[in-house]
Design a protein around this ligand. Structure first.
Ligand SMILES: [Zn+2]
Length: 199
């Protein structure tokens, strides 16, 4: 892209790294910003910077938050006897949208992947165990994504949590295999959550 001005090429390249943004969309976004008023571009840049500065992980559940504990962990109305385990902070949103869950969460920040060299030590598994030990938690709901790697994760959690005498359930099938929670529709996900079952 040597015929394109360097700052333009650079922004196209950055947009192109984002999920779901191909080279064409990256170009479209870049030229859109080039045409738009200065304030609009600055507001976008500022929002990105603030996101990285202000957002940290909740010290209890490891959700992304700008206050610690996060709003969910702070909420007195939440049922602390249930912990729903998810892979990513963005998996909490669709589960909350179902309106069918009033427990708290635990974010693993990934899933076991021998291919990528990711084991339980790289994830917030230790933290989950220390949350469970000596707690009043009676149920752990495993809401990992329905795919092969996440299946390994789910079975691993079952193996380590069952000896603690805590009920461990998982989302019911109904979610298409290979799908991502983040993109599931509210109805399918709500039903899967309600019909959660023993391993
Ligand atoms: Zn939290």
């Amino acid at each position: 892209m040597s015929f394109i001005a360097e700052p333009v090429a650079r922004l196209i390249e950055e947009f192109n790294k984002l999920p779901g943004i191909g080279p064409k969309s990256a170009q479209r976004l870049t030229y859109y910003l080039l045409r738009s008023p200065d304030e609009e571009a600055k507001a976008l840049a500022q929002a990105i910077l603030t996101l990285k500065e202000k957002i940290k992980l909740c010290s209890i559940c490891f959700n992304t938050t700008d206050c610690d504990p996060c709003l969910i962990c702070q909420d007195k109305e939440r049922d602390r006897s249930k912990i729903c385990v998810v892979e990513k902070p963005s998996d909490i949103l669709p589960l909350e949208r179902t309106g069918k869950y009033n427990g708290v969460y635990h974010v693993l920040h990934g899933t076991i992947s021998p291919a990528k060299g990711i084991g339980p030590e790289e994830l917030k598994v230790k933290e989950l165990l220390s949350r469970l030990q000596g707690s009043s938690v009676t149920e752990v709901i495993v809401a990992t994504n329905p795919n092969v790697e996440s299946e390994t994760m789910a079975l691993y959690l079952q193996r380590i949590i069952t000896p603690l005498g805590i009920r461990i359930t998982r989302l019911a099938r109904g979610l298409p295999f290979g799908a991502e929670l983040e993109y599931a529709d509210d109805l399918t996900l709500g039903q899967a959550l309600q019909a959660r079952q023993e391993f």
